[in-house]
Design a protein around this ligand. Sequence first.
Ligand code: BG6
Length: 515
Amino acid sequence: MALGELDTDTNPLIAGLERLPVRSTAVIIFGATGDLAGRKLLPALYNLAHEGSLPEHIELAGVSRGDISDDAFRAQAREAIETFSRRPPNPEVLDGLLENARFVSGSFDDPDMYARLGQTLAGFDERAGQPLNRIFYLSTAPQFFPVIIGELGRHGLNQPTHPSSGGDVRVVIEKPFGYDLASALAQNEAVQAVFAESQIFRIDHYLGKETVQNLMALRFANALFEPVWNRNFIDHVQITAAEDLGIGGRAGYYEGAGALRDLVQNHMLQLLALLAMEPPTSFEANRLRDEKVKVLASIVPPDPTRVHEMSVRAQYGPGTVAGVNVPGYLEEPGVAPDSRTETYTALKLEISNWRWAGVPFYLRTGKRLARKLTEIAVTLKPVPHLAFQSEGSLGVQPNQIILTVQPDEGVSVSLGAKIPGTRMRIRPVNMEFHYGTSFLSESPEAYERLILDAMRGDATLFTRNDEIETLWGIIDPILAGWAADTDTPIPTYIAGSAGPAAADTLLRDTRWRRL
Ligand code: BG6
């Protein structure tokens, strides 16, 4: 099956989407020597440069507490790009991107540092001969967000430099957006005290993934699916985000987060929202986000006293992943020996609206599972009547539409087909579309798409304040229910397995798909 290319000229939903110009921009990365900047942000900027997608003038400034020179920053950025870029860097393009890069060192609460940053940015404008747009990218630990935002405001760096002729200012904020509803509200308030919502780009990198956007193409560029996309035809939905990796060196963050905050509150509920929302009238940022908020607000709020009926949490124990023995979560460096942080969670959610009433949405995510797999599986109801002789009926399975987000990105639709031969025997077969073979080109990294969108000022794939708050409204009661139960031991699962047996108890008349 091929989805066909979306025609951006004639499809009314997406016409104009790619048209916003990318104006000359200064990108200022707070936390520029950190892990995310090195692995994702700098390589994404490089790949955009490589493709010629960056504007005529692009300037780069790194901000961080480390006391390093401009040259040392350039060398560090070069090494990160050489290590993590999805394509081998072209030395000329790399030189062009980094030759004027500047490093502004200082503590995030030091007013002098912001004065120096202001001078550096004015120097960028002078060299470009025009007021550049500015993107402040907050790639630091979340506790620094309020102070950075506050200082940017105090130094007037939140204001367009030339209100009538350019110099737009945007701020990109990395997750986590808060720790619970109360802290998310406080964070939104603090950011909105300094920046207008139209300047704020809260990034969820799942929305930049090619296959996640393909979910919208699948639903809204094909007449085939929409008629069955409802409670009359769909039996249930399973969304899986399994990882084989453990928590690596991130115990400091993960101990306070856990799987529910780390993956479900953001990435997985975003997948659910795109899958279940009503068709937006256009892909304009607010129209799309209105629909997401509407469907998220229709999720039946969990009852904290009954979370055991709709949620399972567990921790990985020791085991073997890809032939290597790995320790259990409690033995990971930096993890408290009596930690109750979940590394796995499975949920059963319901959406109380006309389209979805009664259709269970099962979500599961975990670290140290059998393999890395992110997929959405939509299972249709069985056919109403089987006219085949019993032999034929045996192999008839409900149709499934599987969207694989990663790895092996694509879509597969399972059908019942007759096994060749003189008898009527049926078994499921798959119609498959794979990105790799259909398009013969490598998909861009999620951060490439999202950084470019932020440069264009297109917030369609970014999360709005009310969306963040609605998401926490779903998560908070589960956290409250879990926090109230301090006695029941947290189930464990063997590292490298498909997760805890307890997760099966959530399912009604079905099983988890194989990992
Ligand atoms: C991040 C989480 O947001 O997403 C990580 O903090 C997780 O714990 C990662 O590993 C998964 O992203 P991806 O793109 O590898 O699926």
